[in-house]
Each structure stands twice: as structure tokens, then as C-alpha cells.
Write a protein that binds this ligand. Structure first.
Ligand SMILES: [Zn+2]
Length: 406
């Protein structure tokens, strides 16, 4: 299979003026050349020249669909949304999800591949290659139509070098994902922490679109956060920013996978919900869960607790309320540290909806320092299970569209 990297297009977009124009067309199109010149400090001839290049490279097309103010209908510009595509990968704990999106972040193709429990580095990389080959082969687009590959991976990621430094649940270190995938596919590759890609997905295409200061919290097998400050993902000095799953909530709490005790993740992530449910049921509490598992209590999972809560099981409802309180305490700490406009909750645990969200909101209401802190908006993820994979596509789109105004 011959794969050709769209080097020319990428080099073109490296110009900040071109990508600024491209972003204005994305956000506000259909839009006229005159309006673009008005929105930037660029002269009309400069705008015309840059637009001409964007049309030549097929990123932008002309349309007559804009509003006419009488007289000759002006020509408007819009993104040629289905001309190029991006591949996004969400590396889960048991599955790897691959999506293909167009330039609007709309999913046009997807597959999910299983992942061995505790895979080694080579198995992880091999599954990535297999999935990418599959989506390229089954898609309508040719290899040259893909702008790049984005990867969302749990744990600590060196985003500058594209290396998964540490993935705690796989117990893997220093996987050079970018180097390997660039070698195999000759495309641009970007790697980022999965909570950060989830947040980026929501920021670009989901529930965080209008806000510059947003925190996304991914609550599933673990707990992580992505912090968007003034429209940019905050990394910290060593890419550790956002690891709120290891914020201590209870000094006497259960031991976490990191070795410390009472981390938020050890109290409120999916496995923690299951563990607590099993412990309490074994001590004699009654619940629908006993019937749902035919008495094999070790089969209780976080998902099953949600299901029982949905069916009105008061034991499960109470358990999720308690989980929501722990998360609410963690988020109150986060609000006092970062003061975001909005917090978006995603990941598997978030699927419990108001069973979790209401106690989170109540806890923040009780503990917030000021009225503004208490009223910080808490919303569920709009993109839900696709948020991280779509956000991984956003890592590549971010290279082409910039919102920096000239
Ligand atoms: Zn921990």
C-alpha cells in the first residue's frame, strides 16, 4: 500500500495568516473575502492571495449561499469539509477505538479492536497499526487525503516527542508512539493524554465550544483532567498537569494503584465503585445487584451499579451519591485552584447522569468559596464515548486551524 503524506498542505498551513483565515472560515463561514479582511488586520489583496492558495489546495471552496444585501450576490467561502480526513485513536483499557473524522469533526468511519489485558508496548503499537490500516483500507478516501493521526493515551505523555512516558494501568514506560506511526504511515502524528484529548474534543466540537477556560474531567477506569486555559491545553512543566485522580481526598482511604492512600481515583473511579459495592454486599447489605449477578458478587461492575440505580435500587443510588460527593470534593479543590468557567464530565462513570451529577453539584454548592465558585457550570460530555477519539483528531486539526488573530 502506498501512503503519501500531504506535506504540501501542511507546509502551507504553517503560515499563521493562512491558518487564521482558515479558522475564521471554519467558525463563521460562509463568509466573504471582504468580511475576512475586516475581521483581521490583513489587507484585502493579502486576503485574496491567501484565499486563492486555500482554494488551490482544496481546503476552501466558493459558494453562493451567503446572505445577499441586494445587487450582485457576493461569493462566499466555506471549508471543504469532506476533502480531507483525520484518524483519531482512543486507547482504552480493554479496547482501542479508531475514528475517522472530516474537517468538521464529524465521524465518517470507526472501528474498535480488543486489547489484551496488560498489553506490552509492542502489542499496543501493533494494534494501533492494525486499526489504522483497516480504517484506511475500508474508507473511500485515499491515503493522501488523511492529514494525520492523533492518539489519546492514558497516563503521562510527552507531547513534544510523542512518547507515552508512563501508562499506569498497562505498567508500560517510554513507548515512542509518534516515531513508530510516522515511520509506518508517513503522516503527521500527535500523541496526548486521553483526558486532555477528551477535553479538546469537547472544546472543539462538544459542550465547551464557547468557553476559553474549561476543564474536562474523564471519570472511567481512572480519573484525569484536561485544563484549557485561554483556549490552550495546559501541560505543566513535565506534562503532569491534570492528574487529579491522584489528588488525596481521604488520608485513611483505600490504597491507589499509585501506592498512595485515599486518592480520588481510588475512591470514585469505576473499579472503586465496584469494589465498594462488593464489600458492602458481602457484609450483608441487600440490593438488586445480588439478583443481577445471580449471587456471584465478584461480577459486580461500576456499569452494573449504574444499571441497578436506573432500576431504582436504593443501595446503588446511595453508592453513586457517595461517589458523586467524593468527585464533588475533588472538583471543588479544582475550582479553587483553576477557577474554570465550566467543567465537563466525561468517561464511563459520567454515564450515570444525574445519579452522579446532582451530588457533585450539591457538594460544590456546599463547599465553594464564593457564589461564583459554587455556581461553576457542571455539564456532561456532549460527545460522550467518542469525546477522546474525536479530540485526538483535534490534535491534528489544531495544526491547521488556529484561532490566533493577526
Ligand atoms: Zn493515586
Amino acid at each position: 500500500m502506498s501512503l503519501k503524506y500531504v506535506t504540501g498542505s501542511f507546509q502551507l498551513m504553517k503560515s499563521i495568516n493562512r491558518s487564521t483565515i482558515l479558522n475564521i472560515i471554519r467558525e463563521e463561514g460562509p463568509i466573504s473575502r471582504a468580511e475576512i479582511a475586516k475581521r483581521t488586520s490583513l489587507t484585502p489583496p493579502t486576503v485574496s492571495n491567501l484565499v486563492k492558495e486555500l482554494i488551490t489546495t482544496e481546503f476552501v471552496i466558493e459558494t453562493n449561499q451567503g446572505e445577499s444585501k441586494g445587487g450582485r450576490k457576493p461569493t462566499y467561502l466555506e471549508i471543504n469539509g469532506n476533502r480531507f480526513f483525520v484518524i483519531g485513536i482512543d486507547v482504552g483499557h480493554f479496547h482501542m477505538k479508531f475514528v475517522v473524522t472530516n474537517l468538521f469533526g464529524e465521524v465518517v468511519d470507526r472501528i474498535t479492536l480488543p486489547l489484551d489485558p496488560k498489553p506490552d508496548a509492542e502489542q499496543i503499537l501493533h494494534t494501533m497499526e492494525e486499526g489504522i490500516h483497516t480504517v484506511i483500507q475500508q474508507g473511500q478516501a485515499t491515503a493522501g487525503d488523511y492529514l494525520g493521526i492523533g492518539v489519546g493515551m492514558h497516563g503521562i505523555v510527552d507531547v513534544e516527542r510523542g512518547i507515552s512516558l508512563y501508562a499506569p494501568s498497562f505498567q508500560t514506560h517510554d513507548i515512542a508512539i509518534r516515531e513508530r506511526l510516522e515511520d509506518t504511515f508517513q503522516m503527521m502524528v500527535k500523541v496526548e493524554n486521553d483526558a486532555k484529548t477528551m477535553t479538546l474534543g469537547e472544546f472543539w466540537f462538544g459542550n465547551g465550544m464557547e468557553d476559553g477556560n474549561v476543564v474536562g474531567v474523564n471519570i472511567g477506569y481512572g480519573i484525569g483532567a484536561g485544563i484549557i486555559n485561554d483556549g490552550t491545553l495546559f501541560q505543566g512543566e513535565n506534562f503532569i498537569a491534570g492528574e487529579i485522580g491522584h489528588m488525596t481526598i481521604d488520608l485513611t482511604g483505600p490504597q491507589c494503584s499509585c501506592g498512595n492512600y485515599g486518592c480520588l481515583q481510588a475512591m470514585a473511579a469505576g473499579p472503586a465503585i465496584a469494589r465498594l459495592a462488593i464489600k458492602e454486599l458481602k457484609s450483608g447489605k441487600t440490593s438488586l445487584l445480588t439478583k443481577m449477578t445471580d449471587g456471584v458478587l465478584d461480577q459486580v461492575t461500576g456499569e452494573l451499579v449504574h444499571e441497578a440505580a436506573r432500576q431504582g435500587d436504593s443501595f446503588s443510588i446511595d453508592l453513586l451519591t457517595q461517589t458523586g460527593r467524593y468527585i464533588g470534593i475533588g472538583l471543588t479543590n479544582l475550582i479553587h485552584t483553576l477557577n474554570p468557567k465550566r467543567i465537563i464530565i466525561g468517561g464511563g462513570v459520567a454515564k450515570a447522569g444525574d445519579h452522579i451529577l446532582e451530588p457533585i453539584r450539591q457538594t460544590i454548592q456546599q463547599r465553594g468559596l464564593t457564589e461564583e465558585a459554587r455556581n461553576t457550570t457542571i455539564v456532561p460530555s456532549l460527545l460522550q464515548e467518542d469525546a477522546s477519539a474525536i479530540g485526538a483528531c483535534g490534535l491534528i486539526l489544531n495544526e491547521f486551524f488556529t484561532s490566533k488573530r493577526v
